[in-house]
Design a protein around this ligand. Structure first.
Ligand SMILES: NC(=O)c1ccc[n+]([C@@H]2O[C@H](COP(=O)([O-])OP(=O)(O)OC[C@H]3O[C@@H](n4cnc5c(N)ncnc54)[C@H](O)[C@@H]3O)[C@@H](O)[C@H]2O)c1
Length: 289
């Protein structure tokens, strides 16, 4: 059976890439009931298929028994109804990276959820304090930044906002440990620890390419073999999506008001051309798509 859970019912908002992996992670590692919510029927159907695939792979690799997977699946419920958040103890939001969209959702959920429920956002770069301010529960609001794929990656970055209480942080830390994660804590400044450092490296690699310092392949090989990074920064940018990288760099530049975060013109140019990386078949590299 899955382990204990600090939160009996977890409502995962957004059933995309991150939301489906987070829902699977929570159901497979803890005894919580999990509701996975989306506005799109197609996304919910895709999430159910993705969760099935995650489960099969986890069973094949020996991380879960068949019975544990059957038990986890029974506790995952896909829904298009926000109202089902009413009984949840924890909301983990993983919808699109858009401040206004997220604020609107949190505002609505604030009216639906019980008073004691804790809200967490999986945002990679947006201000937790601003998101919390859209609700009347800023002391029970926190950033809970998972990495992709969430059920495999060891790290969770916790980001208390300006008004997050020590009790909320402690509860979410305990839950993160129940999920088997290593937790780091960052103050709520743009990009936190991981997004800021990751994007600075990607941007600098793009500037190096633009200056003709070397080829994309050699820049990446330098970081893979010289620093033991599993993937070079330009290949990583293609994997993340160049539109997402550009958006985050703009958030860093706006948030700090510092030109050191100005997005490299090559990234802007590739995005304008529709070359967003692996998902479009072309970015810093050509994937033949
Ligand atoms: N992709 C990554 O590697 C990664 C890593 C860490 C954090 N994040 C963050 O996680 C969040 C989600 O990213 P993703 O890659 O899973 O995106 P995604 O586009 O795969 O999924 C987003 C989902 O949200 C749904 N959605 C949009 N508006 C909604 C609303 N109002 N209510 C409910 N559902 C809504 C969409 O239908 C979609 O299914 C973003 O904030 C992103 O920055 C992503």
């Amino acid at each position: 059976m899955a382990g204990a859970s600090t939160f009996g019912t977890v409502f995962v908002a957004g059933s995309g890439f991150m939301g489906s992996a987070i829902a699977f992670l929570v159901a497979s590692k803890t005894s919580a009931s999990v509701q996975i919510f989306d506005i799109s029927d197609a996304q919910l159907a895709k999430a159910e298929a993705t969760i099935e695939k995650f489960g099969k792979t986890s069973v094949e690799k020996g991380f879960l028994t068949v019975d544990q997977f059957i038990d986890a699946k029974k506790r995952i419920h896909a829904t298009k109804s926000e109202q089902l958040a009413a009984h949840s103890d924890l909301v983990i939001e993983a919808i699109a990276e858009d401040l206004e969209l997220k604020k609107d959702l949190f505002k609505r959920l604030d009216n639906i959820c019980k008073k004691e429920a804790i809200f967490a956002s999986n945002t990679s770069s947006l201000s937790i304090t601003s998101l919390a301010a859209a609700t009347k529960r800023s002391s029970q609001f926190i950033g809970m930044h998972f990495f992709s794929p969430a059920h495999v990656m060891k790290l969770v970055e916790l980001i208390p906002g300006c008004d997050t209480s020590a009790e909320t942080l402690e509860k979410v830390k305990t839950f993160g440990e129940e999920l088997g994660k290593t937790l780091i804590c960052s103050k709520d400044f743009p990009g936190f620890i991981t997004t800021r450092l990751g994007l600075v490296l990607i941007n600098e690699a793009a500037f190096a390419l633009m200056e003709g310092l070397s080829t994309a392949k050699e820049i990446d090989t330098g970081m893979v073999l010289g620093y033991n990074h599993p993937m070079g920064p330009l290949a990583l940018a293609d994997f993340i999506g160049l539109d997402i990288c550009l958006h985050i760099l703009e958030t860093l530049q706006d948030g700090f008001g510092d030109p050191k975060y100005r997005p490299c013109p090559i990234i802007k140019q590739l995005v304008s051309a529709g070359h967003l990386g692996k998902k479009t078949g072309k970015g810093f590299y050509d994937y033949g798509g």
